[in-house]
Design a protein around this ligand. Structure first.
Ligand SMILES: NC(=O)c1ccc[n+]([C@@H]2O[C@H](COP(=O)([O-])OP(=O)(O)OC[C@H]3O[C@@H](n4cnc5c(N)ncnc54)[C@H](O)[C@@H]3O)[C@@H](O)[C@H]2O)c1
Length: 340
């Protein structure tokens, strides 16, 4: 089957979603929508999409897409996801971060329980070829039993911390989280739509015994100073018999006899394949209820609850037992705490 796919939000990030269709044969971009007509037309011209709309409801009514790529700022998630669900769209790829606070988190939990739409969050890193290889190595026991995960990003939590947190969940085999202890300071807000601590460290204990440290923002590790501030996502996975370390431009892996193998990769090449595989994972899920996409909405909300626990832990200066019910005004409490 060829899925009818549409883009909602034709800004910077939407280019990557369209480029991935060069590697996709089960879907076709048939329509796009943006409230900014200039952006809409430039995008439509570039990717040869002639059905263009400035209003979402009109696009949904006329095109009846099977899949929508929702690539707008995170402040609009609840409203737009609800409209896509109400219109009966079968599948939707929603850009990260899935939430910005606790009130939208709760609204999306409710939507997730009631919707028929299969929502997945756009953590394309989870589908990068190198990451898939490392996940396979871990699954096969090549580094023994996983004990510790160390992940970081220089862009703050809502920018890129959420991507590496998603990898932490993947490498911990989606175990339940037991406790979270977080320390955060300052305030950052990319484009006025991605509220985050300026810097945050979150220690996560999973019920299967794995421990993880997540750092995002100022002070996070920088391996290559020539790279832009968004070029420092990384994760290291330590097991009883070895380790794997991935960063955006290379990786290290321990092999027997105390040898460490190093290699480089091109992030852009990996990313476009990751984006295509993520899109295919939604098609797989649409075709087979049992092939649930790993970055599905439920899992992504479990991940967001860890971010909220980091806020809670900071404002109340205590570890947070998981799961917990975050107060609606948690983000405001954090802003008051740091003096914004
Ligand atoms: N996965 C990744 O690697 C990655 C990388 C960059 C950005 N992102 C995420 O992608 C999202 C979008 O980022 P961006 O840089 O493309 O933003 P952007 O501001 O460049 O683009 C957003 C577009 O959405 C349009 N829009 C807003 N409201 C709309 C509405 N109601 N109906 C139709 N169109 C609407 C805007 O006019 C704009 O063109 C953000 O959440 C960001 O964090 C993800």
């Amino acid at each position: 089957m060829t899925y009818k796919c549409a883009v909602l939000g034709c800004g910077g990030r939407s280019q990557g979603h369209a480029e991935a269709y060069r590697h996709i044969d089960r879907g076709k971009m048939v329509a796009c929508c943006d409230i900014n007509e200039d952006r809409l037309n430039a995008y439509g011209e570039k990717y040869d999409i002639s059905h263009r709309y400035t209003d979402l409801d009109t696009m949904l009514e006329k095109e009846k897409p099977d899949v929508v790529h929702l690539i707008t700022p995170p402040t609009l998630r609840v409203e737009l996801m609800t409209r896509l669900s109400d219109a009966g769209v079968s599948g939707t790829i929603v850009e990260k971060p899935i939430c910005i606070g606790a009130d939208d988190y709760k609204a999306l939990r409710e939507l997730e329980q009631n919707t028929k739409t299969k929502f997945i969050v756009n953590h394309q890193l989870r589908h990068h070829p190198r990451i898939l290889k490392f996940l396979k190595d871990v699954e096969k026991g090549k580094i023994g039993q996983v004990r510790f995960l160390d992940a970081s990003a220089v862009l703050p939590m809502s920018g890129q911390g959420v991507h590496v947190l998603d990898l932490i969940f993947a490498f911990s085999d989606y175990a339940e989280v037991e406790t979270v202890f977080g320390a955060s300071s300052g305030y950052d807000d990319i484009n006025g739509t991605h509220p985050s601590p300026r810097t945050a460290e979150t220690l996560i204990t999973f019920k299967n015994g794995i421990r993880a440290a997540l750092q995002a923002g100022e002070g996070a590790p920088v391996f290559d100073k020539s790279r832009p501030n968004w070029g420092h996502k990384r994760i290291a996975v330590y097991g009883t018999h070895g380790f794997r370390h991935w960063w955006m431009y290379g990786c290290e892996e321990s092999v027997p006899n105390l040898v460490i193998k190093r290699s480089e990769h091109d992030y852009a090449d990996q990313d476009i394949l990751g984006q295509a595989r993520l899109t295919n994972s939604l098609f797989n899920w649409l075709e087979d209820e049992n092939q649930v996409s790993p970055t599905n909405l439920k899992t992504s909300l479990d991940e967001w609850l860890v971010i909220l626990a980091g806020y809670m832990s900071t404002v109340e200066a205590r570890p947070v037992d998981m799961p917990f019910d975050p107060p609606d005004n948690l983000l405001d409490r954090f802003k008051a705490f740091v003096g914004v």
